[in-house]
Design a protein around this ligand. Structure first.
Ligand SMILES: Cc1cc2nc3c(=O)[nH]c(=O)nc-3n(C[C@H](O)[C@H](O)[C@H](O)COP(=O)(O)O)c2cc1C
Length: 247
């Protein structure tokens, strides 16, 4: 026998309509969400993360950071803060002057470097791949998920990369510098990535963190993990995290 269309089924029917209307509203607002072009990727504005403002003074001198720096390949299983991530990215490629000059020098102030963050264990930042936007000191979400193991595999199976809290990935659009400096361009770009990576390594020391520059990786595989555009080349990886406590 057919069930009577009673009060309970009416309220269920109304609830279902409300759920469907809600789903439609979410779908519409997502499709209407504004997207921005980061210069490399098109991402919806909801996927851009504001970073805490970087500080421009600290308690560790340059001399002390230089003295204490060494390559750290063992990390405590502890998250690093978003503030630390913000500071590391700024140290590597942040804007320092109104005329858009950066923390690291660049031949002809052309800035061919593009900086990515592979986050795994960062407080208040979901695991994922992010693109650093120096002009606005923000992160654009490229991919969600933990890709540290994929990078470790692409880096000639250097398993220790998986234990870092996050990995800075320095890429470059060589053509930017080549357009002005021709055959000297690629050499300049490689010099620049050394400047930027060393900034990040010294900043890590000043924050009580540790890291290692990694040059052993398969270029195409690494670029694939990151989802890079065809004109971008990966040049250097810098895994960072909390070093083991001194014994
Ligand atoms: C261009 C370059 C590439 C490197 N690649 C790797 C690497 O793939 N894996 C690694 O564990 N260390 C790598 N290193 C770190 C060196 O092994 C390390 O700097 C060296 O052993 C000196 O030790 P220190 O950094 O503690 O002073 C690299 C260093 C440089 C400069």
């Amino acid at each position: 026998m057919r069930k009577a269309f009673n009060g309970r089924s009416v309220s269920r029917f109304i609830k279902l309509r409300l759920v469907l209307a809600g789903a439609l509203a979410i779908h519409t607002s997502l499709s209407a969400a504004r997207s921005i072009d980061t210069g490399r990727h098109r991402v919806i504005t909801a996927e851009v993360i504001m970073l805490p403002a970087p500080r421009t003074s600290g308690t560790v001198s340059v001399e002390e950071a230089l003295h204490k720096r060494y390559s750290v390949r063992e990390f405590r299983s502890a998250p690093i803060s978003l503030k630390d991530v913000s500071q590391l990215l700024w140290a590597a490629q942040g804007i320092t002057h109104e005329d858009r000059l950066r923390t690291a020098p660049s031949a002809g102030a052309i800035y061919p470097l593009e900086l990515y963050l592979v986050a795994g264990d960062v407080l208040n930042l979901p695991a994922g791949i992010y693109h650093y936007l120096p002009e606005r000191h923000r992160l654009a979400v490229i991919r969600r998920g933990d890709f540290r193991a994929d990078l470790a595999a692409a880096a000639m199976r250097q398993e220790w990369l998986k234990d870092s809290a996050a990995i800075l990935v320095f890429a470059a659009v060589e053509q930017r510098t080549k357009a002005k400096y021709d055959s000297r361009g690629p050499g300049y770009v490689r010099m620049e990535v050394g400047h930027a990576a060393q900034n990040a390594l010294l900043q890590a020391v000043a924050l009580g963190l540790g890291g290692t520059p990694v040059g052993a990786f398969e270029e195409e595989w690494t670029a694939q993990v990151l989802g890079l555009a065809a004109d971008e080349k990966v040049l250097y990886l810098v895994p960072v995290g909390k070093p083991p406590r001194a014994k």
